[in-house]
Design a protein around this ligand. Structure first.
Ligand code: ASP
Length: 344
């Protein structure tokens, strides 16, 4: 057998990596579309397919950026934009309603390379809040802008504002009506205690916040999160998603995290930052660190939700303590994995 045939035979019998020069720098992305009460029975096959398709489209959009050598921040932003532009998720169009019947959106992004971060909270007229969060990071001296100030800043950055009704969807409105009816009923049983009534209600929320974490070929980590918050929230309420260290965190050499769940707990327990601190100071693996925070600390506290987390080598953890969590991952050279429940 001549040398060429021998090489071809060897290549066919071994993995292609052995035969062709290959760039070995790991890169990967994980995304989520929220965690909550997602029972198999509550999703029709058509709904499930639509959600899976959209998750795939989003993770592939981010993966494409990474594959071309692009940066993790761009990958995170592209994936989140796909989800913000879909009515299936609680971010951008499809955002949940406040108790008063409006929409107030929160988002944040963090660059693990520079430790810069940007966030917006309570914005009402920004189609893609993650884009504005990034502008806050890159074009302002601040980390977080809220409400009108954030929107006036947006105008200086050539954003156009959309009417609040842009975020309306009939299914979220129906959820609001349901939530209000339950709150009123619970208030009657709780002696008009609004806070206790809302707390009781959150157990049944379908969340839907979106987020992404990525590691690029240059070894840079990034994380981002975007949300409409929680159904029937009091106007002015700000959740964990725009709070760096709570809903979003990224630090090169350590990890990147985006969270979803009952924001008040994620803020008080500093969930995203705590996971990375465990990786950094206790040398826990990303799987152990994320699992300890979500499935031990948060559960003892009574907090529900989950995270997507990635480490410096591209290892990914996606733990959640709810019935389901919409998520997708894609690592270098592999196909996307889309999951809703624990095992599928
Ligand atoms: N964490 C979000 C919030 O509390 C809600 C969610 O993740 O669905 O605003």
């Amino acid at each position: 057998m001549n040398k060429l045939y021998l090489t071809i035979a060897l290549c066919l019998s071994l993995t292609s990596n052995t035969c062709f020069a290959k760039d070995d720098t790991p890169f990967a992305i994980a995304i989520h579309g929220g965690a909550g009460t997602i029972s198999a029975a509550s999703l029709s096959p058509e709904q499930e397919k639509a959600i899976r398709d959209k998750l795939k489209q989003a993770v592939d959009a981010g993966y494409k950026v990474l594959d071309k050598g692009g940066d993790s921040l761009d990958a995170v932003q592209s994936a989140i934009n796909v989800l913000e532009n879909s009515p299936l998720f609680n971010a951008g169009v499809g955002a949940v309603y406040t108790f008063d019947g409006g929409h107030e959106l929160d988002a944040s992004v963090m660059d693990g390379n520079t430790m810069n971060a940007g966030a917006v909270a309570g914005v009402k007229h920004i189609k893609n809040p993650i884009d504005l969060a990034r502008k806050v990071m890159e074009k302002s001296p601040h980390v977080m802008l809220y409400g009108q100030g954030a929107e006036e800043f947006a105008l200086t950055q050539q954003f156009s504002l959309v009417p609040n009704s842009h975020f309306d969807t009939p299914h979220r409105y129906a959820q609001l009506l349901d939530a209000k009816a339950s709150i009123i009923e619970a208030e009657q049983n709780n002696g008009d205690d609004y806070q206790a009534s809302v707390a009781q209600l959150t157990a049944n929320y379908k969340y839907g916040t979106v987020g992404a974490v990525a590691l690029d070929k240059q070894g840079n980590l990034a994380a981002g999160t975007s949300t409409g918050g929680m159904t029937a929230k009091r106007f002015g309420r700000i959740g964990d998603s725009p709070v760096i260290g709570a809903g979003t965190y990224a630090e090169n050499g350590v990890c990147a995290v985006s969270a979803t769940g009952h924001g008040e707990y994620f803020i008080r327990y500093q969930v995203a930052g705590d996971i990375c601190a465990k990786v950094k100071y206790q040398q826990l693996s990303i799987i152990q660190a994320a699992d300890e925070v979500i499935n031990q600390r948060l559960i003892s506290a009574g907090g529900t939700g989950g995270v997507i987390a990635i480490d410096q080598r591209g290892n990914i953890a996606t733990p959640f303590n709810t019935e389901g969590m919409y998520r997708a991952t894609r690592s270098q050279g592999q196909a996307a994995t889309i999951m809703i429940w624990r095992d599928k």
